[in-house]
Write a protein that binds this ligand. Sequence first.
Ligand SMILES: *Cc1c(COP(=O)(O)O)cnc(C)c1O
Length: 449
Amino acid sequence: MNNHDWSRRDLAVLWHPCTQMKDHETLPPIPIKRGQGVWLEDFDGNRYLDAISSWWVNLFGHGHPYINAALKDQLESLEHVILAGFTHEPAVRLAERLTRLAPNGLSRCFYADNGSSAVEIALKMSFHFWQNAGKPEKTRFITLSNSYHGETLGALAVGDVALYKKTYEPLLLKPITIESPDCYHREPGETWADHSRRKFAEMERVLETHARETCAVIVEPLVQCAGGMRMYDPVYLKLLRAACDRYGVHLIADEIAVGFGRTGTFFACEQADIRPDFMCLSKGLTGGYLPLSCVLTTEAVYAAFYDEYTKLKAFLHSHSYTGNALACRAALATLDLFEKEDTLEANKRLAQAMAESTAALEDHPHVAEIRQTGMILAIELVKNKADREPYRWQERRGLRVYRHALSRGVLLRPLGNVVYFMPPYVITPGEIRFMADVAGEAIDIATKD
Ligand SMILES: *Cc1c(COP(=O)(O)O)cnc(C)c1O
């Protein structure tokens, strides 16, 4: 069986995520046979450097021997058990470790099995907290423009990427959406911090007007990933935390994409030295091995649900695979690796290497900006550098980058006109240079004519 055989069988029965399936008439899905470190290998023996960590989930490479061994060991005792009325060692140990690693005061861990579900849980918990606290008028959420929180209806409603949301608008909750502090739009000469601080004025105004009916503000700390890796300064989060306290509104930090070292600190919120009321985690949580998510919250939130059963205050939410034992064990092994290998320190050098290897692209006639936060680096392509006129989305310049990079053995998956690197932390400086060289070539080809 080679690539052709598997992709033919695939296209006869599968429907792929986030895909116009007709695109596969010209570019069939690539069947992957094995993964090792940053490399994926297909059935024809081609190799691809996984520069996007398989949709941002992988941290320590594919097929990591330590995580593999932990999972094999876990299989010998318990694969899964219902988490209502029962518990198990990996679920307990993982909750202990996450609550210790998280900002002080996030002392309760509620498990689910994917990122969108974690967002749904945070939204429901916040709303329900206020119900239990005698504030039934609190029914709304505040979100930032260009934000992304997942694809299920509640999570989609508090996101703002039109490509995913617009079609379903009639089905969705109506949040209050205010302009994001996205520093791509800062004035010439303005610092990220000044821009982010200036953008906070609207948040302050909206909170002042709408706090009474608002449950929570939801944000992606520091980087709006699906929205094109748009970034802002930690000062925005600091101001937001203080304002949420002043106006009696919860703060939900969606760290699903930015948690686990992506931004340079273990959690992005650390850079603002804040503690959200809810922190959503998934993606890198299991090192990219198995679906798992959790919502961390405070003892105050937990206490608002704790009462006699007949008061009907309990949080009666569940997913079948909540706190799956194998997934929790993969997460524990992943956390071990952070400790064993001093990953955050090592990542500083890798982040520096990513910056250096792309520096020459700053002068490219179709690159408007190269921006970076830790282990995320993004290159914004534009039609016209002088006034930053974007390429029309119909031109699909990013798809040209994708195709060329694949032909050279790198998996890049641009978001519209934004080419980005979000590699596993086991990438080497040499592999970073290769990834950047191929991205440079691909950008040349994609922006010709
Ligand atoms: C990916 C993502 C989600 C959704 O997670 P899924 O596991 O894909 O449902 C939510 N929020 C952010 C910030 C994400 O990047």
